[in-house]
Design a protein around this ligand. Sequence first.
Ligand SMILES: Cc1cc2nc3c(=O)[nH]c(=O)nc-3n(C[C@H](O)[C@H](O)[C@H](O)COP(=O)(O)OP(=O)(O)OC[C@H]3O[C@@H](n4cnc5c(N)ncnc54)[C@H](O)[C@@H]3O)c2cc1C
Length: 688
Amino acid sequence: MTNSLPTSVDPEALREVLDGRWAHVRRDARENLGDRDFLPVYGETMQEARERVTRAAKKLADSGRVGFGFPKEFGGEADSGASVTSIEMLAFADLSLMVKAGVQWGLFGGALELLGNRRQHEKYLRDVMSFDLPGCFAMTETGHGSDVQQLRTTCTYDPATETFDLHTPHQAARKDYIGNAAKDGRMAVVFAQLVSRGTNHGVHAWLVPIRNEDGTPCDGVTIGDDGPKAGLPGVDNGRLSFDHVAVPRDMLLDRYGQVAADGTYTSSIENETRRFFTMLGTLVRGRVSVGGSASSATKLALDIAVRYGNVRRQFAAPGEEREIVINDYLVHQRKLLPALAKTYGLHFAQGTLVETMHDVQTAVHVHGEEVDEAAQRELESRAAGLKVAQTGHATATIQMCREACGGAGYLQENRLPHLKADTDVFTTFEGDNTVLLQLVAKGLLTGYRDTFGSLDGWGRVGFVADMVRETVLERTAARALIARLIDAVPGRDDEVPMLDRGWQLKMFEFREKHSLEGAIRRLRKNSTMETHPTHPMTPFDMFNDVQDHVLKTAQTHIDRVVLEAFVAGVDRTEDPAARALLDTVCDLYALSTIEADKAWFLEHGRLTASRAKLLTSTVNQLLKELRPHMTTLVDAFAIPAGWKAAQILEEEADRQEAMAARDAELRAGTGQDTPDGTATALEVAPAQ
Ligand SMILES: Cc1cc2nc3c(=O)[nH]c(=O)nc-3n(C[C@H](O)[C@H](O)[C@H](O)COP(=O)(O)OP(=O)(O)OC[C@H]3O[C@@H](n4cnc5c(N)ncnc54)[C@H](O)[C@@H]3O)c2cc1C
């Protein structure tokens, strides 16, 4: 090993790097959001959870910490990055509250702000921010969730009454899973097909009252309840149907499409599909928030598992009385440390994404600049990719942490079951992960060309013939640094030390480029089959035939984006000890990712059999080096102790004290191997 780590690293120095550009928002949350009312409550009924979370949402609104993203003239801060960061911090508290807040101020408020006009802002935004007007974001229908361009709800304009007729034509067109609908919502942003003068202009959004002051549904509105879910008990998800509901013309959120009194439709974006995806694109903040929140839950799960692993003992070493702390077992380190390393990588990638999103949105919405289409497409692709990576990692890691805590991990009082149940759906809402991966892949294949289409349609056959894009990978923000590291890789691949960052970057690049080229080759081949008289291939088959390959490409792309963000994060770390530690964690992220796909690298001649073995031993060596720093790595997440709401952590201090006393006794030769009152039953009880 070439790296030698300092014996101790100040977690504060690491925290400073992790806190990044919106450190003040994180600090403020840590100091002022420690309200017990924002924590989860274990064992309550759905009804109790919903009522508690509604009260907590109101309290949160009163704290003034929900307006970061809204315009300054309405009491907000016009700070998109701060708004995502504050949601990430809230995700350390009760996730039902975080999701409720996301629906109210992110989805409902965000759609009103970004799709609506000034008059609508003036009329409603303040009440949205104060939670006096609870609202819903009603897009998904029972029949269409991922392919929302095909929604069946219609909103048909009638010039005689200057109203729209909002209608649910059949059961599959009812709005489903809608947050805030079952209990609290008074209004909803409803997405439907806009029809005027006999022409369908595609999906648009309206602000529609759904409940009267007394809580009863408005005329023509039917409200249903989705009932108990796998998690998020405090969020009242429900169903909405509309029976010819009259919606005044001025309730259309008309930033991207306007209807005049006589029914004339106008829009600055002529192409209907493009208009639709532009509308959706403005709402990217929701997706970025879900990814970041998934990472917060992951950090909390790791924090609990690492601290538990520091004190939990099982089995004595041969010939010794002293029992082994489970974090000392190699396989336990294999569970926790690569997951921690990936969490760090994702944190840096999310930080870069939030900065990009903030800059793109500030240019347009605060400074009134023209939308930079290429930057916007790239932002959407990154947001989709990192949402997939972070939510997928959360699901896998929280489960792993649950198992790493054994039976204790299964008890509600230890938080992990809540984290697991509440984050489960993050892989589905704000875009199903598989469908989002296709969005990422589509961006890679077409090079962000101005081709829009429904996500599963994959566009026209001609697209393959048009595809002249060179497979030169677009480098991330850390472009110059990455190029320098790669160019500096000495000699032949199989001679380069595995801790050479340039070699690691090269492996990631190679895998992505090779996957992309392979997918393109197969698509080209299929497109020639299409014209082949004896083997005709439909456009659907043409793309479906390579879907797995295409998704693998997207996955490898995301891995590279994460590694490059991690490398840039290490590079800007000034404290030498913190930098050395991050550098090693980055090695572990890179090498454990390559190791997880070892078969691919072997198949493609980028690893020899002996290098593959060396890879495994190098990862093991990194684990050994990082073992003493595990606690520092979770300390640096700086999750306030009061937010963790895990009984096993509250007992940690007592246990450590008891164990130290017991070990001292054992060393003095007076110890007993049975519970003796100096240690809790937790450490010494035999396996059941
Ligand atoms: C708790 C919860 C809260 C929600 N809150 C809201 C809300 O407030 N507002 C709102 O509008 N919506 C909300 N939703 C809806 C959510 O956004 C949708 O459930 C999501 O978009 C997925 O749609 P779907 O359920 O129709 O799944 P489907 O799209 O039917 O997906 C089912 C399966 O098909 C696969 N699949 C689909 N298309 C393809 C393809 N092209 N290629 C390969 N596989 C494919 C998917 O990967 C998935 O495995 C919520 C959902 C839940 C569960």
